[in-house]
Each structure stands twice: as C-alpha cells, then as structure tokens.
Design a binder for this molecule. Structure first.
Ligand code: FHN
Length: 587
C-alpha cells in the first residue's frame, strides 16, 4: 500500500505549525494543461436507486444523484438503502483501463456526494462504504492504486457544502429544519476532517474537486489552505469558493456542461455528462455518441480548456454498455489523433466553416468536422508561412499546401478518414503568429466590442465570471490592454458607452479608451460585486474616416488593484443631432 506522504510531511508540518510551501500555480497546473481530458465518476448509494424511489421517477435529463433531495427521502430510510450498496462487480483496474483506453489522463471519483455517504473508509463518519455496507472495500484506495499503476492521475470530488445526512450540512431541511443548523459545526465535525483524511491516506492527489461553493471566502480559504498545507502540488478546482466571488482555486470551472463562446486566457475545465445525469439512471438513455464527444473535446481544447467527462456506473460496479461503446469510439480516435489534443493551447483562430483548430509549437491541427466538397480546405488568420501538411492518422499521406489571398489552402483527399473529425497537421514556420482577427463590422446600431473579438495584451485576461458570463480583467497597468479593429462604414457621430463591473477597491482607478486618435479618460465607478455590470456613457465621438480603425482600453496608470471587470464597449451610431448632456457620465 502507498505510504501516506502527509503522515511524513503534511501532518508533521501541521503539528509543528509549519505549512509546506506550495509551488506557484503555473507549476502546479503544468500537468493539467497538458492532460486536457479526464474521467469524472459519480457513484454512490443513489446509483442503486437508478433514478426511481417508491415509483417516483427522476425525469429524463434530470440529475439522478439528487434523488434523496428531490423526493425528500428521510435520512433514516436513505441510510437503510445505502446499507444495500454492494458493488460486487467493481474492479478498479477495469475502470482505470477504460479511462486510459479512451485517452483520459486523470480520474476523479465522488468521495462524498451531497447525500453525505463516504465512498472510502472514514474515521470521521461511520456512514461510509467500508463500515456501513457488506462490501467492506475502499474504492478510493483501489482506484488511487490502479491509477498509479496505470500512470494516470487520481483526484477526488468532495461535496464540502451540501450534506443531506449531517444535521448541520447544507440542503436537508426535511429532516433538519434550517433554523436549527450550525454550518460551522458541520465544517468542523465532518467536511474539513474528511478532506484531511482524503489528503493524508491515498498518496498524492492530482486535485480536489469541490462543488457548489462556500458561503464566505473565509470558509473557502480553510479548504484551500488545508489542501495546500497537506499536498502543495494538488490542484483545487474553481468551485471551492462562493460563486459570487472571484476565483479562489487554481482553475475556473464552467457551469455543468458549460462551454465558453470563445477562448479564455486562464486555465479552465468543464464537467460534462454523457447523458442527462451524473449518477446512474436506468431511464436516461440519451447517450452522446463518440463523434459528439470528440467534437466537444476539440472545441473545449481549442478554447484552452479541459474536458472532465462523467460516467455514472451502476450500483454493482458495471459500466453501462452505451458508456463503454462511446468511450471505445473516443479512444480509437484518440489513439490516432491524441497528438492534436494533449499539450495544445487555445487557438487564436476562431471557428472555421469546416471545424476548429488546436495549436502546439510549429503545428496547427486542423480538425475537419465538415469535409470540403471542392477538395480544398481554407485556413484564414495565420501570418506564418505554411511548409507541409499531412493527415495526422496517416502521416505518410502528405497534402499540397499553397497560399491565396491571405488564406492557406490545403488540398485534401476526396473523402475524410474519419467522418467526425479528420485531423490535418499543418507545419508552419515558427510559432503561430495570428493575423489580426477579422475586422469587427457594424450592425445598424453601430459596434459592440466584447471579449470575443478582443485582443488582450500584458496581464489583461479573458475570464469566466462564475455567474455564467465572461469578461476581461486582471489589468493593473497601462501595458495591460484590450483592443479591437473595426471596419468603419458610416462616418459621423457615435455615442461611446462602456459596460463593466467594479468592486469598491477599483473605485477611482482611471482608464483610457482610444477610438482612433481620440482618447477618453474616465474613472471606474463601483457597481457592486464582480458580475454586477453597469453601463456608462463616455460621451460623443465623431468618426471622420471610413475604413479600418483601432479601439482600445487600458488602465491609465499602474496600480496594485485591478481596473475593472470589463464587459463591452459600444459605439452607437447617432442618427439625430445629439441632445444635451450624457447620463451617468463618470469623471
Ligand atoms: O449538484 C451537483 C451535481 O450533482 C453534480 O455533482 C455536478 C457535477 O458538476 N455538480 C453539482 C451541480 O453543479
């Protein structure tokens, strides 16, 4: 068995009041950025109910692991159901082999979901698979060891807020009225001690995946600090803190099945289901095909993210047959095309009519979802010379490359190798230099400039705002900027407006918006929390020349505070003579 590292280092450190120095986030994240694809496993007593309790069914597409909550199953009754959890067909090596064959690089199992049942031997609570059920085995131990043998990374999901079994946990008000709850007591008695157990007994964890956030940043930081003190290399996902606050973990988590509209400048992951539920439901047969999963993976990776794809095993440890079939298809594709996924970075080239691109060093991988009928694939937006191209799955088949009117043209065979995604590796001279994105065109009202087409510079970052939206932030000095190139058709007066959120720390910080040669300086105004956006009128600008023009925004001076959470600039065409005065004009 693995020798618990924290027994030597972390616990000793904790006893002596020491904290192990955590490496910088960029170092901790190195493997994560390389890995791209992981397996999420939702498995627990709810898997035994399989979407039905006493004739009440979880609707197809809804979350079967929420069954206790949905039907308010009393704790005493659910506990009895949990006694029957006896997964005699569970074989950790088989599960891990499945993940590996699918091309996944990490595995994350629900160590405790919202129902409060621990899927490992917990000294904190006897309500765990070893002490509570006839199974007597520890899946966390078996899976962590199987992952180690197979050279996959292993992490745990832990529901640190929701606990429908503990009287003070969040969410069960049918057995335990809210008024009598002491959430701090739950944190101290169960949640924090169980996370400590997980970090000290199963060797190095690649990450702890917290869910649904904490009420206060102070509570969340206790979990972050616990992880850092016991396993400094272990990642903490973005849901450790309150959703209303900025990120406290190492990387952003999209919402469930979430997908950003464009690339982000920060590390992120999206947890996604294979049908409509996380935990097993025998009713939900709306399985995603291998092709769908492959194209999602490519889209996620082309936007700089990681795909944590869920499976929901049955209560006896069997993996549903459609899950096996899908993962097998994905694995076959990954075996031939994995190079175009692992270690790639977000592509500056937005979606092409035929598919998407991923980037690594001097290679652009063209993921062709829709095969061109004229035998020519056109790639726009690359400034480099393209030297050679070949089919990634059959490298001996080189393809003719040429350039025409700014586009790189690749001559392709009549038929694709793979109808879901045929990958073409395009070698370019040096690291990718993207041409400026296409000029932003005006609608009838004017221009809307948001994060999607923005070019960020310096520390300015395109980020997820944790309320389901996106913005540009992390700018603290004049070198941190966002800019757009516009194609001006109509000259004349435009009203310039800015939409952003700013917390009180940012109040008064000056910023400069340049519209062509004209500069507007204004000061940030507090709007509330970090996704409470408000729009401000910056005044009128007359655009005198048609053609390309640059608009940019940057902090006016260096500061130790970040400027604002920027949503968009708009240039609204003024059709009539402007009236006097502008509303809400910041100074
Ligand atoms: O409520 C849970 C849900 O059951 C599942 O665990 C997902 C996975 O991301 N997280 C929560 C909802 O966001």
């Amino acid at each position: 068995m693995f020798k618990p590292i924290a027994a030597i280092a972390g616990l000793a450190g904790a006893v002596m009041g020491l904290t192990l120095a955590a490496p910088p986030a960029a170092d901790r994240l190195r493997w994560f950025r390389e890995a791209k694809f992981g397996m999420f496993i939702h498995w627990g007593p709810y898997s035994g109910l399989a979407g039905e309790w006493k004739g009440n069914r979880i609707p197809i597409g809804a979350e079967a692991e929420w069954i206790m909550h949905r039907f308010n199953i009393p704790v005493a009754e659910y506990r009895e159901l949990a006694r029957g959890f006896h997964p005699v067909k569970f074989d950790a090596a088989t599960w891990v082999a499945l993940a590996k064959a699918a091309g996944m690089k990490y595995v994350v199992l629900t160590a405790k979901h919202h129902d409060g049942f621990a899927m490992y031997k917990s000294a904190t609570s006897g309500y765990n698979i070893v002490d509570w059920t006839p199974f007597k085995r520890d899946p966390i131990q078996e899976l962590s060891e199987a992952c180690r043998k197979a050279a996959l990374r292993f992490g745990v999901y832990y529901s640190h807020r929701e606990d429908w079994d503990h009287p003070d946990g969040f969410g069960n008000t049918w057995d335990y009225p809210a008024a009598g709850k002491d959430f701090e007591r739950y944190l101290a008695q169960k949640s924090l001690p169980q996370v400590r157990e997980l970090l000290t007994r199963y060797g190095p964890l690649c990450l702890v995946w917290f869910d649904r956030g904490m009420e206060t940043p102070a509570q969340a930081s206790r979990f972050v600090n616990l992880v850092r003190s016991l396993q400094p290399d272990c990642l903490v996902n973005g849901r450790v803190g309150s959703y209303a606050q900025d990120l406290m973990g190492d990387y952003q988590c999209m919402g469930d099945n979430g997908m950003p509209p464009g690339g982000l400048d920060e590390p992120w992951e999206t947890p996604q289901t294979l049908n409509g539920t996380w935990g097993y439901s025998r009713f939900d047969q709306q399985w995603k095909s291998a092709g769908n999963v492959i194209q999602r993976l490519v889209e996620i990776v082309s936007k700089g993210g990681n795909y944590l794809l869920n499976i929901g095993p049955m209560a006896d440890g069997t993996i549903p047959a459609p899950t096996l079939a899908t993962l097998e298809g994905v694995g076959a594709w990954m075996a031939r095309n994995g190079e175009s996924i692992y270690g790639t970075t977000a592509s500056p080239i937005l979606e092409a009519p035929w598919g998407r691109t991923t980037v690594k060093g001097d290679r652009i991988y063209l993921h062709v979802f829709r095969w061109p009928s004229d035998g020519v694939l056109r790639l726009h937006g690359v400034a480099n010379e393209a030297t050679t191209a070949y089919l990634l799955a059959e490298p001996a088949r080189t393809l003719k490359v040429s350039r025409n009117e700014g586009a790189i043209l690749v001559s392709v065979p009549e038929r694709p190798l793979d109808p879901d995604d045929t990958v073409i590796a395009l070698k370019i001279a040096g690291p990718l230099r993207a041409e400026r994105p296409p000029l932003v065109q005006a609608s009838d009202e004017g221009f809307e400039l948001d994060h999607l087409e923005a070019r960020t510079e310096g520390g300015a970052m395109k980020r997820f705002n944790r309320d389901g939206g996106f913005h540009i932030a992390k700018w603290t000095g004049p070198a941190d900027a966002a800019s757009w190139r516009l194609l001006v058709g109509r000259t004349g007066p435009y009203r310039l407006k800015i939409t952003y959120a700013a917390r009180k720390e940012s109040a008064g910080l000056k910023y400069v918006v340049s519209v062509g040669a004209r500069e507007f300086t204004a000061a940030a105004v507090t709007t509330g929390e970090w996704f409470r956006y408000a729009t401000f009128d910056l005044g009128l600008v007359t655009i005198e020349k048609a053609g390309p023009m640059t608009v940019s925004i940057r902090p006016a001076a260096a500061s130790d505070r970040e400027l604002m959470y920027f949503k968009s600039l708009s240039l609204e065409q003024v059709h009539e003579p402007p009236g006097p005065g502008a509303s809400k004009r910041p100074r």
